[in-house]
Design a protein around this ligand. Structure first.
Ligand SMILES: NC(=O)c1ccc[n+]([C@@H]2O[C@H](COP(=O)([O-])OP(=O)(O)OC[C@H]3O[C@@H](n4cnc5c(N)ncnc54)[C@H](O)[C@@H]3O)[C@@H](O)[C@H]2O)c1
Ligand SMILES: O=C(O)C(=O)C[C@@H](O)[C@H](O)[C@H](O)COP(=O)(O)O
Ligand SMILES: [Zn+2]
Length: 362
């Protein structure tokens, strides 16, 4: 069992990574005993993992569950209300604890519900997708979508603990595994060239769910995310680097209709588009650009934008991005491999040229 510490003063918490975390009664009891717990899950993950978790928890606490519909299109205020209604009808108090059992959609919504319910109750993340294990369960960004933009209504609200059971990936569809690898690659590009090199040499093992490769990748991503979040919890500076590819990617998700392009797929294409901007500025060599494109393609991820989107379709979304200042778009751009920078001096012409250079799907 691996344990990573997220250092945030009184909001610090552990991340546990292992292959039997969900059946480790002693570990769960350490964090959850004697609490009144509501598990939030969805109609796909519930049938797979809810019964086993409830069985463990029933021995140590009072537990109920609520099951939401599955999909990015349900990451809405309406579904949040379903959680609140359940909590209120069953008279959950401020001493309650909410568990997110699922991928990033369930994690982001449950975290936001926990931040809001009676002005804040404890919550724990049990992420079951690769993407949520390497990224969304850590760091306390919680939110729901708005028709006009991704994650536009939310809060920074940290969990009490994160329990990552690598075995849960065995039931994950291949497309979702690839989507998670997009955020894995992101860490290599923005922070750790050695990790990027390692990824190039271990793609096959990761796609085959080889346990030691997968556990290492999840651990390294959580270490990097914990380090970045500890330095800058509320994205005043360095945390913005975790947004590589997201200004373009969120535009794709919103424009294409939530759920049509998976978050990881949109981020993959967005990282390529951002890399073309860097290349045009002389901050990323042709060879480095090609390595990024090749690694993304090797993970069965898109390297080009959707054929339905012309460059001008991106811009209204990009202007609403949360990193924008007074309507000016700010981009995270690779500065070589293993390093990235926040740039606010990129003209829209350069952005459009990069989207065109990256290409659109045929
Ligand atoms: N808060 C953050 O820092 C952060 C970081 C990255 C992404 N996100 C958000 O996370 C979301 C994407 O998360 P995601 O990729 O996990 O998508 P998701 O939550 O939609 O899960 C993907 C699919 O896999 C299913 N699933 C989950 N676990 C499974 C399992 N073990 N076996 C079989 N099926 C399983 C889900 O039901 C869903 O159909 C987006 O909304 C994105 O904005 C947030
Ligand atoms: O944790 C962060 O910070 C991130 O930016 C991680 C991203 O992968 C994630 O998609 C996040 O939800 C995007 O944040 P947003 O502020 O652009 O909505
Ligand atoms: Zn993301």
């Amino acid at each position: 069992m691996e344990r990573i510490h997220v250092e945030l003063g009184e909001r610090s918490y552990p991340i546990y990574i292992g292959n039997s975390v969900l059946s480790d009664g002693e570990l769960l009891a350490r964090h959850l005993a004697d609490r009144r717990i509501l598990i939030v899950t969805n109609e796909t993950v519930g049938p797979l993992y809810l019964a086993a978790l409830v069985k463990q928890l029933s021995a140590i606490c009072e537990v109920e569950s609520v099951t939401l519909p599955d999909g990015e299109q349900y990451k809405t205020l309406e579904q949040l209300d379903t959680i609140f209604s359940h909590l209120l009808k069953a008279t959950y108090g401020r001493d309650s604890l909410i568990i997110a059992l699922g991928g990033g959609v369930i994690g982001d919504m449950t975290g936001f519900a926990a931040a809001c319910y009676q002005r804040g109750v404890d919550f724990v993340q049990i992420p079951t997708t690769l993407l949520s294990q390497v990224d969304s369960s850590v760091g306390g960004k919680t939110a729901v979508n708005h028709a006009l933009g991704k994650n536009m209504v939310g809060a920074f609200y940290q969990p009490q603990a994160v329990f990552i059971d690598v075995n849960s990936l065995n039931t994950l569809p291949e497309r979702e595994l690839s989507a998670g690898l997009a955020e894995v690659i992101k860490y290599g590009i923005i922070w750790d060239q050695v990790f990027f090199d390692w990824l190039e040499n271990n793609v096959e093992g990761l796609l085959a769910l080889e346990p030691s490769a997968m556990t290492y990748a999840i651990k390294r991503c959580c270490e990097i995310k914990a380090e970045v979040v500890s330095l800058d919890e509320t994205e005043q500076s360095v945390r913005a680097l975790l947004n590589l590819g997201h200004t373009f990617g969120h535009a794709i998700e919103a424009e294409m209709g939530y759920g049509n392009w998976l978050h990881g797929e949109a981020v993959a294409a967005g990282m390529v588009q951002a890399s073309y901007v860097s290349n045009a500025l002389g901050r990323l060599s042709d060879q480095q650009l090609q390595r990024i494109v090749s690694l993304i393609a090797a993970c069965n991820l898109p390297t080009k934008g959707p054929k339905q989107m012309q460059p001008e379709h991106y811009l209204p979304h990009m202007k609403r991005d949360k990193k924008s200042v007074q309507g000016a778009i700010r981009l995270i751009l690779p500065a070589g491999i293993g390093k990235a920078e926040l740039r606010s001096d990129i003209s829209q012409e350069v952005m459009i040229a990069a989207i065109e250079a990256a290409g659109t799907q045929s």
